[in-house]
Design a protein around this ligand. Sequence first.
Ligand code: ZN
Length: 188
Amino acid sequence: MESLWMDFANSMWRDWKGGGPSVDRLEQQEWQQSFTAKMKYAVNQPDRTELERARLLRDRLLRYAENLAAGVLLKDSDIEYLNEVMAGGTVTRRLMAAGSALRMELEPAGSGWGQVLADVAADFARMLSEQDISRIRCCDNPDCRWVFYDDTRSRTKRYCDDKLCGNLMKVRRHRARRKAQAHKEENN
Ligand SMILES: [Zn+2]
């Protein structure tokens, strides 16, 4: 499951294979453009203050996700902070036809980075209030820590991607076992 807030939180890219430097994609114009291209309103390149606010929100979302994955809920001050960020954007209520049914939608009515951050915070807030927060995970690969939503029936998904981080960790465990075994044999 992809979501706006998770894409935003995962803008902090880490070298999941280990050893390499992390890249803060939030600072890259290319990432900013591809992220805001999903918005239906105009967003320019962020100025220094907007970038600082964006980074603060991103780092907080990462911390909240780490905490939720560990069973630690948001504090009152965290909720207050999210409300402040959401107040930086405006929405219009709109009744829309969805096939034969009708759906009530909140459409962004502002523009710029204030609206972007408000929409990201709102997406996170919606998940807190409408989805199963006990399914939020951070990848078990310590070099990755990518945020994801575990939608498996068994609720046992540990890695952001089983083929990438999952395999890498399997190889690491295997190597560690072999090393321990060799060490034991040497000492015998
Ligand atoms: Zn991962």
